[in-house]
Design a protein around this ligand. Structure first.
Ligand code: HEC
Ligand code: HEC
Ligand code: HEC
Ligand code: HEC
Ligand code: HEC
Ligand code: HEC
Ligand code: HEC
Ligand code: HEC
Ligand code: HEC
Ligand code: HEC
Length: 318
């Protein structure tokens, strides 16, 4: 508790230090400044709101007094909560609530979604959130603050090993997939949702960070990009024809086990579609069960399933 009050005191001092020039300027021309904002900015609010759960915001990039682009370079708390003189000067009768501040992001009577998002977009619509309008999240009425927490030193959704927890609160299917035996190490923070998705929308399908699914995967799996001497058509087309990026009970994130995966596309009279008859490969001798179905199945022989650069391996066997 002691460190908290020391921290708070030093933060207030800092604020005083930085806020004194504008305060003096205000005093010099009282009638021309916009009177609705609290004269002493954050200090006015923090007379009552001095809890660390609120004042931690002073330790974030939003609280750079010297930067006129940040809320604290403008009207402090009221850059987000709106000018709130009624709230500050409220004299509620015993037991009643004060008049609320103009913009409320939480609590029993939050402002409308449009109002809340407009505050954030007022400063951010040209950065990360440039594709926000029309994105899946915007269209489904997700608030900026459904993911972002601003009254905290480190916003969890921006911390690699904490981000997934935020997304999982709504995306329970992806959460379940992340517990399957084969999964990208998302919960561990090594590969995170925002490595593949920009949750503010991108103008691409599924809010992917790159134009195509494959380009998203090549960011980290560059060796699968090729070009190969012998290309496997589905690999060039779309990695998710065979892989589920969020998790699978099959090895290597495969959507189906081998040989069934392969047989979705390869059948007919050849060994590809007939794993219990090996005669096509081993002359006239019938071997049962056939090697196609044993151990790694088709992959026993078709080792380079993503494509081969060996001139004598048009069938991806090496
Ligand atoms: C005189 C004390 C006082 C001052 C000054 C004050 N508040 Fe409050 N504020 C409260 C109290 C008390 C509550 C809790 C609601 C209630 O009991 O009326 C509250 C609630 C809030 C809430 C939550 C509203 C909700 O519906 O959940 C916000 C946001 C808020 N204040 C922001 C501010 C801002 C911004 C300032 C400065 C411009 C400010 N307050 C100044 C006492 C104050
Ligand atoms: C960048 C915009 C922003 C600024 C600046 C800001 N707030 Fe908030 N405030 C929010 C959001 C968003 C919430 C909802 C909870 C959250 O995301 O942390 C909130 C919630 C609150 C609450 C309600 C907390 C609760 O338990 O429901 C109070 C009180 C409050 N703010 C006071 C302040 C005070 C005092 C300041 C200035 C020191 C301030 N806010 C500055 C955006 C802001
Ligand atoms: C008055 C302008 C302004 C408002 C209003 C504002 N921001 Fe910011 N915000 C900034 C600036 C400036 C930065 C620091 C530079 C940057 O990262 O873009 C920042 C930084 C951030 C960051 C990065 C924080 C970090 O820890 O790296 C997030 C996330 C963010 N804002 C979200 C929000 C959300 C959500 C809201 C609405 C509740 C909001 N902002 C309201 C100006 C604003
Ligand atoms: C579905 C969750 C989600 C929603 C909704 C959301 N964000 Fe974000 N935001 C994120 C994630 C995740 C990141 C980190 C992205 C990255 O690292 O590439 C981020 C990053 C940011 C950043 C940059 C932080 C930095 O410094 O890198 C800003 C600014 C920001 N968001 C503002 C907003 C605004 C404004 C809104 C509402 C219009 C919003 N966000 C809605 C999840 C969300
Ligand atoms: C390795 C890249 C990657 C990562 C990491 C990733 N995704 Fe995806 N996600 C994709 C691709 C590619 C698609 C589209 C193809 C598909 O649905 O399989 C997708 C689709 C989705 C969809 C739409 C599913 C549908 O069927 O409509 C949601 C929701 C989603 N991802 C959420 C998440 C969340 C939440 C996380 C983090 C826990 C996450 N993703 C991590 C690549 C990724
Ligand atoms: C407040 C709930 C909520 C949170 C938190 C949330 N989402 Fe979503 N998300 C939705 C809704 C609602 C949809 C649209 C319906 C659907 O496809 O499930 C959606 C859709 C998506 C889609 C599919 C986009 C498309 O074009 O079909 C992706 C990808 C996604 N979210 C990623 C994320 C990521 C990454 C995070 C965390 C950074 C996240 N979401 C956090 C509610 C949320
Ligand atoms: C941000 C980097 C990154 C991106 C983007 C990425 N991956 Fe991965 N991927 C990894 C890492 C790291 C591993 C290794 C995980 C391990 O060793 O447990 C991995 C492992 C895999 C595996 C093997 C899993 C296993 O259980 O053996 C497959 C398959 C895979 N990724 C497919 C994809 C696909 C498909 C995409 C595109 C939708 C993609 N990856 C995008 C980083 C990434
Ligand atoms: C035709 C189905 C198919 C397609 C399409 C496919 N893969 Fe695979 N992938 C597999 C199979 C089968 C394995 C298991 C290989 C093994 O166990 O030797 C695998 C394994 C992997 C692995 C883990 C082992 C390794 O080779 O590193 C990664 C990573 C991977 N694939 C990435 C990708 C990427 C990225 C794409 C898209 C460019 C892609 N795959 C497209 C079938 C496919
Ligand atoms: C999504 C469909 C799809 C899946 C799944 C698939 N393939 Fe293919 N595969 C193709 C297509 C299309 C070609 C190109 C056929 C052509 O050029 O006639 C091809 C070509 C091949 C070839 C070269 C044949 C030739 O005639 O050039 C081999 C060998 C092969 N695949 C093996 C496999 C194996 C083994 C698996 C399972 C791990 C598999 N494929 C999974 C669609 C698929
Ligand atoms: C014992 C090694 C071996 C196994 C196991 C094997 N293949 Fe083959 N496959 C080959 C060889 C060698 C060729 C080259 C053409 C030939 O000799 O028939 C080939 C050719 C192919 C071709 C292209 C020619 C054709 O016959 O259509 C496809 C497609 C194919 N394999 C798919 C599969 C699938 C799917 C499986 C699993 C069910 C599989 N293979 C299992 C060795 C094998």
């Amino acid at each position: 508790m002691v460190w908290r009050s020391i921290l708070l005191l030093s933060m207030i001092n800092l604020l005083l230090l930085f806020s004194s020039p504008p305060l003096r300027a205000e005093a010099a021309s009282t009638s021309t400044v916009r009177p609705e904002f609290a004269r002493k900015g954050a200090l006015t609010c923090m007379k009552c709101h001095d809890d660390a759960a609120i004042t931690q915001i002073l330790l974030t990039p939003h609280a750079v007094k010297g930067d006129a682009d940040t809320p604290f370079g403008q009207h402090d708390c009221e850059s987000c909560h709106g000018a709130s003189p009624e709230h500050v000067h409220s004299r509620p009768p015993e037991g009643a609530l004060r008049d609320p501040p103009t913009v409320r992001f939480s609590g029993p009577h939050p402002s409308s979604l449009a109002e809340r998002n407009a505050v954030c977009l007022g400063c951010h619509e040209n950065g990360q959130a440039i594709h926000w309008t029309g994105s899946k999240h915007a269209n489904n009425e997700v608030a900026c603050t459904a993911c972002h927490t601003v009254h905290i030193q480190k916003d969890p959704v921006l911390v690699r090993d904490r981000q997934a927890t935020v997304c999982f609160s709504c995306h329970t299917e992806q959460r379940a997939q992340s517990f399957k035996p084969s999964h990208h190490p998302v919960r561990e923070g090594k590969v995170i949702c925002s490595d593949c998705h920009n949750p503010h929308g991108t103008g691409q399908d599924m809010m992917l960070v790159k134009d195509r699914i494959n380009d998203t995967c090549y960011k980290c799996h560059a060796e699968k990009r090729g070009p190969f001497l012998f290309e496997h058509a589905p690999v060039r087309e779309d990695c998710t024809l065979c892989h589920n990026p969020h998790g699978s009970t099959k090895p290597a994130l495969l959507t189906l086990g081998v040989p069934w995966l392969c047989q979705e596309c390869h059948d007919g009279g050849t060994h590809a579609g007939n794993p219990y008859n090996a005669s096509k490969i081993f002359g006239n001798t019938l071997v049962a069960p056939a090697p196609q179905a044993m151990a790694r199945g088709c992959l026993n022989c078709h080792l380079q399933i993503h494509g081969s650069n060996n001139p004598s391996a048009p069938f991806f066997t090496r």
